[in-house]
Design a protein around this ligand. Structure first.
Ligand code: NAG
Ligand code: NAG
Ligand code: NAG
Length: 364
């Protein structure tokens, strides 16, 4: 977020949008509509889920080698969140993009090289707008850990810990993070395609991507709740607000007031590539369950968000979490634990980097 880092810079940029929406909401719009939403009868929502192997992650993995690791990381992230709150959602996104491509192994953190090849995960379009602040935040936490326990704690574990801290900093749940991940010895651009959800993914696509990671519909809905904080670039909403599926009209399933508000921030062409809009238009800085109520009120930002409320397989889950913040926090924590255990590398299959952006040894 460049020169306007900090919560005030972000607030300025979204204030017009929020003002408009708050005015609209005070006339009884979204919440009234949310209450009218009719629950569907029982749906085969949860699906079948095969629990991914835990690969021996444990809470006390560093009990002997770096017992204060949680606290060391927490100290850095707390200070960082005060100066760069945008780093919070950005780190959360980084963790997701790491875990969904070849597992939670810090492969996303490897810096692109000047040479044409080999390309790394970060070179892919899907990862191009991961915020530099997120990489910096992880690198800082890792440096603090290295100064106390050199060569012991993986970047993958630091990323998992920092993510937890940022969730809590934003008002979300605190949860214990299991540790013991090794860092990857390679990062390959070719592994990215098809591994991540897209802004316009259908529920079928989302369920397929999640199933590929051993995660089910309940995980999809709970982890999508991360969009209770964070921002995205206009390019991901232009289709919905100007030309939905070639109709030259907005998506009829987006609240007209949201369309209007978004058009003020995002011109159909020639807008600044740096302008961002909040995923959660009601409480964009607060980690709460408003995201789900927004979906009920057709205030979902991305097509892939709104689809969760439109599809009978996921709608009951959205409704459940919209109605109970405690339930959302429980579901989110359980799904983060499952996501954090995807394809863990152990032993010689991995390394423990000193600097997260660089392999310890040349790639094999
Ligand atoms: C965390 O910060 C506090 C306050 O600055 C300090 O007292 C404590 O030693 C730090 N803990 C670690 C593990 O770095
Ligand atoms: C979704 O967006 C991508 C570009 O991000 C595009 O290539 C693809 O065709 C879109 N899919 C649909 C169904 O609109
Ligand atoms: C909300 O969810 C929690 C945890 O599942 C449960 O204990 C509580 O009874 C629920 N509250 C309501 C009002 O349903």
């Amino acid at each position: 977020m460049g020169s306007s880092g900090g919560i005030r810079g972000l607030r300025r940029r979204v204030s017009r949008l929020l003002l408009l929406l708050l005015l609209a909401a005070s006339t009884g719009g979204p919440t009234a509509r949310a209450r009218e939403a009719q629950p569907l009868p029982e749906a085969a929502a949860a699906g079948t889920r095969r629990a991914p192997e835990r690969h021996g992650l444990s809470l006390d993995f560093y009990a002997k080698t770096c017992p204060a690791v949680d606290q060391i990381v927490a100290n850095v992230t707390a200070a960082r969140y005060r100066d760069f709150p945008a780093a919070g959602p950005a780190v959360l996104r980084l963790f997701h993009h790491d875990c969904f491509v070849e597992g939670c192994d810090a492969s996303i953190l490897i810096a692109p090289t000047a040479s044409a090849s080999p390309k790394v995960e970060r070179d892919m379009e899907e990862n191009k707008n991961l915020a530099q602040e997120a990489f910096d935040a992880v690198e800082l936490a890792k440096a603090a850990v290295e100064s106390r326990c050199p060569g012991v704690v993986s970047c993958a574990d630091v990323l998992a810990l920092a993510t937890r801290d940022y969730v809590q900093q934003a008002g979300g749940p605190y949860y214990a993070v299991k540790k013991g991940r090794k860092d990857s010895r390679v990062s390959l651009a070719g592994k990215v395609r098809g591994s991540l959800p897209r802004a316009n993914s259908t529920v079928d696509e989302l369920l397929r991507v999640f199933a590929g990671k051993g995660l089910g519909a309940a995980d999809l809905v709970a982890l999508s709740g991360a969009h209770t904080v964070g921002f995205t670039h206009c390019v991901h909403v232009l289709g919905r607000i100007y030309d939905f599926r070639g109709t030259r009209r907005p998506d009829p399933l987006m609240d007209a007031r949201l369309v209007k508000a978004l058009r003020m921030s995002c011109p159909s062409s020639g807008g600044s590539a740096r302008v961002v809009v909040p995923f959660d238009v009601s409480t964009p800085f607060q980690f709460d369950h408003a995201y789900y109520a927004n979906l009920q009120a057709r205030l979902g930002l991305l097509g892939s968000d709104q689809a969760l409320f439109l599809d009978p397989r996921t709608r009951p889950l959205v409704q459940e979490l919209a109605g109970n913040k405690t339930r959302f926090f429980q579901a989110f924590v359980a799904s983060m634990d499952r996501m954090g255990a995807i394809r863990i590398k152990k032993g010689r299959k991995g390394e423990v980097r000193k600097v997260c952006s660089q392999h310890l040894l040349p790639p094999v």
